[in-house]
Design a protein around this ligand. Structure first.
Ligand code: GLU
Length: 921
């Protein structure tokens, strides 16, 4: 298809059509002329293409003129010279890539060499206008070039300029490029930073269209992703600018700190970078082993094929750099073509910059005599070893092909008959001519209707087309600089292959999709370098932003019951809920950690053991009592009430198990009635006992006091205990038993009965009343010798019980929140109350029954016992003391009377029993 386009080419170099100070003095500018005509060697049209004197150029004859603008030389450092050094990759390789592409296009021409000769311009003196321009490379050049070319409505296709503004078709109506806009590059860089959690970075950019716009795009994207820029350095091509910027950068990496903006994002023109690296290496004393280093995250202007980047100390500064490159492929046929260039060949000689390059690269001389010792350039032959073609060769070739395809399409429309395929006669009878429409191309028509619409499979087999904005596809390859000599891992793997590049591919980015090959990174997964202002807060701490900068913060602790609603705010969990381990939500304590007494816990085991001991002891007493039921001691203590007391005690002990059981309606009902009832039985019985004695001993008349018989005592006890029972049952009716969740502290949900503890305490008020009354009577009757001073022991029991209960109340409210301690203490207190009664009331009797059997006998011994007792009553009441020990007085008579009657009913030996009873009372 290119046969109709390319018959001859002409390249002109150094045409100064960009402003002097920015382009012409620093950039070599070839122009390429493509013509559709029978080949004929011809000089370029001197009228419009003749270069100014001293300007080097490449001219290839042809009919359609295509320009090329490439940075063949670097910028001049001194200012005396118009250009700096020759740039091999970005300059010469790109020029050759364009020539190569044109050669390829021309080679496809059916006309090209019908008679074996090279293409020629057929008509001398014909005026040609530039159809399109390939270039420039640096965005700053492209912008100026575009501004110029738009005046002449000439289409421009850049193979390297990525400045985002160039997509603006209102400003650059004729600009297209085979590379993408830097907006995508900025996105890719930000995604890399996000991936490695680099939230605090420095930014260095060059003071030109490339650097400034790239930096702006990066800042915009970074802001979206919460990345902060610690420092911005804008560098210019001045020594002081580098020194100042590197000083600032290095200062930001304070040696003593683990944090800081270690990552430096670079949007800097290619030529600034080696100098920047040199300054950094010097300032950071990298050669003397300083550990702190900068991690460059560099844009595609980084030239990985430029040896200056890694020369000398620079290599230390570059180490670990992460570099984006536009995704491109090697073009083997171009490399082959380039390798074939050597002095003397036509393709070598047409490009005068190759001579300059040869002299510098191979340190050789042209024209030295064969016999001399000098290194003759003519003898130099290139080898593939160490050859690294420029990364954008593919884009240069794409640009030339895009223009060629556009011209082809345009020609097909405007000059449909002007093709040899359509005219068999013309093909052999006359030389074809380019049609008029193609001689003066309307740039706007060409750009809009043909160039932007091209689609073709490019030199590496990829389908190429422009976006609506005239941009190329956005796809990047990510490399890291990992020199073999410094990379232990690579050496260990035996990767000594010298041909392998020091730049290792670590991933790629396209269409918002970042892929990183972690195994290729120069750090291990858990050793990713940090570039942050503040380290992350520990779990349970919130960030307190410093000066509203989202990347710098201090950490402050949330309350234990709070979770983090976001990184900066703690919020309290609802009642009954508690923060999860990661402090990001709350969970229901009732589901995971519901508290109630567990049998396995010490809080349950200890009271349960005490209760069991109590029950066993009480049963033992009951057994002894039953066994010695008919002995004077048992009888004298009032058997009915004694058994009531003992059973009440067992009830008290059993309450421990009720209290320790998992609360449910039944357990709660028993708790609410049982404890009160057990106590009421206990204290009612004691009260009846003491009250009876008090009444007997208080009787002023000889009249026998009422209700002192055993049956009346039992009835009285039952009535008094019944009051408590009825009260409890009414309470149960009014507030039906059930369970609920109680929240004593924020982190506890306790399963408990549905009545508050203080209500439970109120329910024991009646028991307390009985206890107090009992105590009062015990005090009153403390000196009555009846039944071995039983009231005295009841008194002891009462005082102790009072102390136990008072201490429990203080303990209960003192330990406030711990339900286990509260329950355990309540159990122990109840058991203690029973213990106290058991020990005080029953142990003296048990002692006599078991160990002082001689006292547990009838009359005689009893009398002597009574005498002893009466004698011991030193401060006895006058009434009691007045009575003779030998004769029964009115009180003993009353007491004996009641017991005698009872004894006579139950025993077959009334006489002996009654006398024993008399004796003891
Ligand atoms: N993308 C750079 C710019 O727009 C040029 C890079 C290169 O020439 O490789 O300035």
């Amino acid at each position: 298809m290119f046969s109709v386009l390319a018959l001859a080419t002409q390249i002109l170099a150094n045409a100064n059509f960009a402003t002097q100070d920015t382009v012409s003095s620093k950039t070599s500018v070839p122009l390429v002329n493509v013509h559709q005509e029978q080949p004929q060697f011809q000089n370029a049209d001197k009228s419009d293409l003749a270069p100014p004197p001293k300007v080097r150029q490449i001219r290839i004859p042809g009919d359609i003129l295509i320009g090329g603008v490439f940075p063949v030389h670097t910028k001049s450092q001194s200012g005396d010279e118009p250009c700096g050094e020759i740039a091999e990759t970005r300059g010469v390789h790109r020029v050759e890539a364009m020539l190569y592409a044109l050669d390829q296009i021309n080679a496809q021409n059916d006309f090209s060499s019908r008679n074996g000769r090279d293409p020629q311009i057929r008509k001398q003196g014909q005026k040609k206008s530039v159809a399109a321009v390939v270039g420039g490379s640096y965005s700053s050049v492209s912008v100026q070039l575009a501004n110029l070319l738009r005046l002449f409505r000439i289409a421009q296709v850049s193979p390297a300029s990525t400045n985002a503004d160039l997509s603006d078709k209102n400003r650059f109506e004729y600009f297209a490029r085979t590379v993408p806009s830097d907006d995508y590059q900025a996105m890719a860089m930000v995604e890399i930073a996000v991936k490695f959690k680099w939230s605090y970075v420095s930014l260095v950019y060059s003071a030109d269209e490339y650097g400034e716009l790239g930096a702006d795009a990066f800042k915009k994207e970074a802001r979206k992703k919460g990345i902060c820029i610690a420092l911005e350095e804008r560098i210019q091509n001045k020594q002081e600018s580098f020194t100042e910027s590197t000083n600032n950068l290095v200062q930001k990496l304070q040696a003593e700190k683990n944090v800081g903006a270690t990552v430096v994002v670079l949007f800097v023109g290619t030529e600034y970078i080696p100098e920047l690296l040199r300054h950094t290496a010097e300032k950071m004393h990298l050669s003397s082993g300083s550990k702190k280093r900068i991690i460059w995250l560099a844009s595609e202007s980084w030239d990985r094929n430029n040896d200056k980047y890694t020369a000398g100390e620079n290599r230390l500064a570059v180490q670990g750099a992460i570099v984006l490159m536009l995704a491109s492929q090697k073009v083997p046929s171009f490399e082959e073509y380039f390798m074939s260039l050597h002095p003397g060949t036509e393709k070598f000689e047409r490009n005068k910059w190759l001579r300059e390059l040869w002299q510098i690269k191979y340190k050789c001389e042209f024209g030295a005599p064969v016999s001399s010792n000098a290194n003759r350039c003519e003898d130099i032959r290139q080898t593939t070893e160490g050859f690294k073609a420029d990364d954008k060769v593919q884009f240069v070739i794409d640009a030339v092909y895009a223009i060629a395809h556009g011209l082809q399409a345009m020609k097909n429309v405007h000059c449909p008959d002007d093709a040899i395929e359509t005219s068999w006669i013309s093909r052999y009878s006359r030389q074809p001519e380019i049609c008029r429409a193609m001689q003066n191309i309307d740039g706007a028509d060409f750009y809009q209707n043909y160039l932007l619409k091209v689609q073709f499979d490019d030199v590496v087999g990829k389908r190429f087309h422009f976006s609506a904005q005239g941009d190329g596809p956005a796809s990047y390859t990510i490399f890291t600089y990992k020199p073999k000599s410094l990379d232990k891992r690579r050496r260990m793997l035996g990767d000594e292959d010298e041909s392998q590049s020091d730049y290792v591919e670590i991933g790629h980015w396209s269409e918002n999709n970042l892929t990183i090959y972690d195994e290729q990174l120069w750090w291990n997964a858990n050793e990713t370098p940090v570039s942050v202002c503040s380290l992350p807060c520990k779990v349970g701490y919130r960030k307190q932003l410093i000066k509203d900068e989202q990347c710098c913060w201090a950490c402050s602790k949330c309350e234990d019951f709070e979770y983090l609603i976001n990184e900066t705010h703690c919020v309290a969990c609802e009642q009954g809920k508690w923060p999860t381990k990661d402090r990001k939500a709350c969970f229901d304590l009732a589901v995971a950690h519901l508290k109630y007494m567990r049998w396995k816990s010490m809080y349950s085991i200890v009271p349960a053991i005490l209760a069991v001991i109590g029950i066993v002891s009480t049963i033992f007493v009951i057994v002894v009592y039953v066994m010695y039921n008919e002995t004077p001691v048992v009888k004298a203590s009032g058997r009915e009430l004694s058994y009531i007391l003992l059973i009440s005690m067992i009830m008290c002990y059993c309450m421990t198990f009720v209290l320790l059981a998992k609360p449910n309606a039944a357990v709660c009902a028993i708790k609410r009635t049982g404890i009160g009832f057990a106590f009421s039985c206990l204290y009612a019985a004691m009260f009846v006992k003491t009250n009876r004695i008090a009444r007997i001993f208080n009787t002023r008349t000889a009249q026998r006091p009422q209700f002192i018989s055993p049956i009346s005592q039992v009835v009285m006890t039952g009535m008094l205990a019944g009051v408590q029972l009825i009260g409890s049952l009414i309470w149960l009716y009014v507030v039906p038993p059930g369970w609920r969740h109680h929240y004593p502290t924020r982190d506890q949900v306790v399963l408990t009965c549905n009545v508050p503890d203080h209500h439970f305490l109120y329910s024991l008020a009646y028991d307390a009343l009985l206890l107090i009354l009992c105590t009062i009577y015990a005090v009153k009757t403390r000196k009555v010798p009846e039944n071995f001073n039983e009231t005295k022991f009841i008194g002891f029991s009462m005082y102790t019980t009072c102390v136990v209960w008072l201490s429990w109340i203080f303990f209960f409210f003192g330990t406030g929140s711990d339900f286990q301690i509260q329950t355990t203490s309540l159990c122990i207190s109840i058991s203690m109350s029973a213990n106290v009664a058991l020990v005080c009331i029953f142990s003296p009797k048990l002692w006599i029954i078991l160990f002082e059997k001689h006292k547990n006998v009838r009359k005689q011994e009893g009398e002597s016992m009574l005498n002893k007792s009466n004698r011991s009553l030193g401060n006895c009441s006058s009434r009691l003391c007045a009575s003779s020990i030998d004769e029964p007085n009115q009180y003993t008579a009353l007491l004996s009377d009641s017991t005698r009657r009872r004894a006579s009913r139950k025993t077959s030996h009334p006489t002996s029993t009654s006398s024993a009873q008399d004796t003891f009372l």
